[in-house]
Design a protein around this ligand. Structure first.
Ligand code: SF4
Length: 491
């Protein structure tokens, strides 16, 4: 995938995709705004969520151990995965141990992040997505373009075509007479997926929250496919980023009110599933599983998250609850779509989280912090008050600091010169006099701008720089004593 500027320019030429994105993000935004407006305490909820997440991150080591102890006591097996490779190895090994050559999956950005489907395929295990949008993406051989609605870039006509052409290669084919009516498409997906739910002995999910005090995992979704995954198969494997921990069951009250409204513009998600270990009756060797999976495995994934936690200026990104509200309000995302970001996490939070998790090594990741107009709409929409614009500028500073000193770029030279001038009053005075001279040379009306400067054409290409005034502010201030008197020189 090329860096964001090139990928975005390519995406912007796709008018059909722009139309699909505009329509979808506008609809979700309107629903979200209406439901947020219902709550007088929306700001208090946001502040509470921020405080809970901050407290959790400050003591994450303790809460993770508490979670492991509670989940293990309830019959789950907890695995620790420092990076993607070990998480994939653990999941593939568990599936093979269970005798499975296929698994059903509930939509999970974490498993997308670690490339689990590819790793399972390499181990001889087919992974079938069961969320409708994730199914569309899988059947199309595509990648997700949105955190909550992975197929947001597709319209109904495209989805019908994908189902007709590709469903048969993955299992039950699309029925004759299927139309692009949503009910007809959903019926085709339901019949296709039910066959897989009834056949699969292993399911893989993510989780929205992991409750430390009880060892409970929680999954919220809209279609019931997640509920099927956590109840029907004999073996349930959940891959959970370590930042998904919240301390207490009571804390879910805050997050469930924020998440549904922010993500899909609903008061409550249609399905909220919770599971705590294995549900047994009796004890010791006489115990038997009376409901749900016989084996529950939880893979706690780091994959760069402790590095993010170690950065005091950047760790607030770990508060993210993946609601995608920031994507839906972003003027950049809503035009380019998610693929241009070249990451599982697109949009404003992707522009922060991806380089934080992967590092600023590749050209693609070094470009992501610039994929924003810094308008601030993402912060206003974020239910956990992540200061995304601040994090973006923090990362931009890291990109610049990381650039080799030689040969210096024209922008770096200009910034160094400005820094030297602002730090020395005499140099500043000289600079002000030169700016006054520039005013006389360039002239023009009040809206006149500085023409491009050789070597800085790129910088000037996207900026209008006003012609400096004839007199600097500090000069005017001392001449007029802060505007309290006229100097009498006619200016
Ligand atoms: S950064 Fe905030 S708005 Fe964006 S996905 Fe995360 S929680 Fe939602």
């Amino acid at each position: 995938m090329p860096p964001f500027p090139e990928a975005a320019a390519h995406a912007l030429r796709d008018s059909q995709q722009r139309h699909n994105l505009h329509k979808a993000t506008r609809t979700i935004r309107a629903k979200r705004d209406a439901l947020v407006a219902e709550r007088d305490d929306w700001e208090q909820l946001r502040l509470s969520a921020e405080a809970i997440k901050n407290r959790t991150l400050a003591h994450l080591d303790e809460y993770l151990l508490q979670f492991e102890e509670a989940a293990t006591a309830a019959g789950a097996t907890v695995h620790w995965a420092p990076e993607a490779e070990s998480a994939n190895r653990i999941v593939a090994g568990l599936a093979i141990d269970a005798g499975a050559d296929e698994v059903v999956k509930a939509k999970s950005m974490t498993t997308e992040e670690i490339g689990l489907d590819r790793a399972l395929a390499a181990a001889g295990v087919d992974a079938f997505e069961t969320d409708l949008a994730a199914l569309i993406v899988q059947l199309a051989g595509d990648v997700p373009s949105h955190i909550v609605v992975p197929a947001i870039h597709r319209n109904r006509a495209e989805i019908r075509q994908i189902f007709e052409q590709n469903m048969g290669a993955f299992g039950r084919p699309a029925p004759d007479g299927m139309t692009d009516d949503p009910a007809s498409l959903a019926a085709a997906a339901r019949a296709h997926l039910r066959e897989k739910f009834l056949r699969s002995d292993v399911a893989v999910t993510g989780a929205n929250f992991a409750v430390a005090e009880t060892g409970t995992l929680m999954l919220v979704e809209s279609e019931g496919n997640g509920r099927m995954c956590v109840t029907m198969p004999k073996t349930l494997i959940s891959v959970v980023g370590i930042e998904k921990i919240i301390p207490t069951w009571r804390d879910t009250e805050v997050f469930l009110q924020l998440l549904a409204r922010s993500a899909t513009g609903e008061r409550m998600n249609p399905y909220t599933s919770t599971w705590t270990g294995v549900h047994r009756a009796g004890s010791g060797s006489g115990a038997s599983v009376i409901d749900g999976p016989e084996q529950v495995h939880i893979v706690l994934l780091d994959e760069g998250r402790t590095d993010v936690l170690a950065d005091p200026a950047g760790r607030s990104a770990l508060r993210c609850i993946r609601c995608a509200a920031c994507l839906n309000v972003c003027p950049v995302y809503s035009r380019t779509g998610g693929h241009a970001y070249g990451s599982v996490y697109p949009g404003p939070i992707g522009a922060v989280l991806t380089p934080q998790l992967r590092g600023l090594r590749s050209e693609q990741d070094r470009n992501l912090p610039y994929a924003s107009s810094l308008c601030g709409a993402c912060f206003d929409a974020c239910p956990v008050r992540i200061p995304i614009p601040h994090l973006l500028t923090h990362l931009r500073a890291e990109v610049v600091d990381d650039e080799p000193a030689f040969p210096p770029s024209p922008e770096r030279v200009a910034m160094k010169a400005a820094s030297a001038m602002f730090g020395r009053p005499a140099a500043m005075g000289l600079g002000e006099r030169l700016a006054g001279l520039a005013h006389k040379v360039i002239r023009g009306g009040p809206d006149a701008t500085v023409p491009s400067v050789p070597g800085l054409a790129g910088w000037f290409g996207s900026r209008d720089v006003a012609v400096p005034p004839a007199e600097s502010f500090s000069n005017w201030w001392s001449r007029t004593d802060g505007g309290t008197r006229e100097s009498g020189d006619g200016r």
